[in-house]
Design a protein around this ligand. Structure first.
Ligand code: APR
Length: 313
């Protein structure tokens, strides 16, 4: 048996394929690409295609495709993209009907076959799906996290760097709250290498960038007819890497709140430290009054979807 880490990707679609590609290139561990039985050959084909890139990029990890959950047993990390992506005109919340039974199926299998895995959920509506996965698996909150804030912050940083014409490496930008149109780009903490963003950019320009960030996912759905996959995959891999390599990076992620920021029994985007123990810490930053109000509105939206999910149990 390999002593390399094992990473299970649940869903071998657009994001799943790009996740596998990045993991292979970074050699983070062996990849098992799972999809439902009708897509078994598709998952196997993707895995083989990726393995055939290894002679070129000098990577030695294994990639296998499967529709058998038993092949995911012993996974160190599970990254879950199972579900249907948005189509033009749909909100993330519109996906509850289709994606709730899927996430429940995934949760039951994850609990049975991969009880010790660190689980990163990407399926939408994100905050409600990650809530349900944790509720259903009954895993410790440190072991279940949702990917949204890294992606939303990355979009925010891109738009700021383009507008200011400075390197994206020097942008420090964080988006908190739910992964919906009322997410909260935190201007009070946003800097260009320590220089407060409000000193560098006019109010109206900043407001336009905040608006574009909030609708960033929808902009891509409008262009492609399906949702984004390169940036979501890169974001989840940053989280997986922080866990696997015990980097203790501070990343905005959907974490289970038990009183932090004044919210209880809710998953929502907050800054967390991800290390070998999973979500090791939730960092509570000071928000200004306007940001607190925006966070409350965002939490309210998340709660409404969670309530809908709870009613369907
Ligand atoms: N178990 C595992 N995989 C499943 C299941 C299931 N029960 N049901 C569906 N899938 C698979 C589909 O067969 C498909 O291959 O999930 C895969 C999803 O892939 P895509 O349709 O390409 O979607 P993708 O763009 O990868 O997005 C997946 O992430 O960002 C979110 O909104 C997005 O919820 C969507 C998810």
């Amino acid at each position: 048996m390999s002593s390399r880490k094992k990473i299970g990707l649940v869903g071998a679609g657009n994001i799943g394929g790009e996740l596998a590609n990045l993991i292979v290139q970074k050699q983070l561990g062996d990849v098992v690409l799972y999809d439902i039985p009708p897509k078994e050959n598709f998952a196997k084909g993707k895995a083989l295609d990726l393995e055939q890139s290894q002679a070129v990029n000098g990577s030695d990890v294994r990639v296998t495709g499967t529709s058998n959950w038993a092949d995911l047993a012993g996974a160190d990390v599970l990254i879950i993209t199972a579900g249907i992506p948005r189509k033009p005109g749909q909100s993330r919340d519109d996906l509850v009907e289709t994606n709730l039974p899927i996430i429940r199926d995934v949760a039951d299998n994850a609990a049975k076959h991969c009880p010790d895995a660190f689980a990163i959920v990407i399926s939408n509506p994100l905050d409600a799906m990650v809530y349900e996965l944790r509720r259903r698996t009954n895993k410790p909150r440190a072991q279940v996290v949702g990917m949204a804030g890294v992606l939303d912050s990355s979009r925010f940083a891109l738009f700021l760097s383009r507008e200011l014409q400075v390197s994206i490496k020097d942008i420090r930008a964080m988006v908190l709250g739910g992964h919906g149109d009322d997410m909260v780009p935190v201007l009070s903490n946003c800097t260009v290498n320590g220089i407060p963003i409000r000193q560098l950019m006019a109010k109206d320009k900043l407001a336009a960038i905040v608006d574009r960030t909030r609708k960033g996912g929808g902009e891509i759905v409008g262009l492609m007819g399906t949702s984004a996959y390169y940036a979501p995959a890169a974001s989840a891999v940053a989280m997986a890497e922080s866990y696997l390599l015990d980097q203790r990076r501070v990343l905005p992620c959907a974490a289970y709140l038990d009183g932090e920021y004044g919210y209880k029994d809710l998953y929502m985007g907050v800054p967390v430290v991800i290390g070998a123990e999973g979500v090791e810490q939730i960092i509570q930053i000071e928000l200004d009054a306007e940001e607190k109000a925006m966070l409350a509105k965002s939490a309210d939206s998340v709660q409404k979807v969670v309530d809908l999910v709870k009613k369907k149990s």
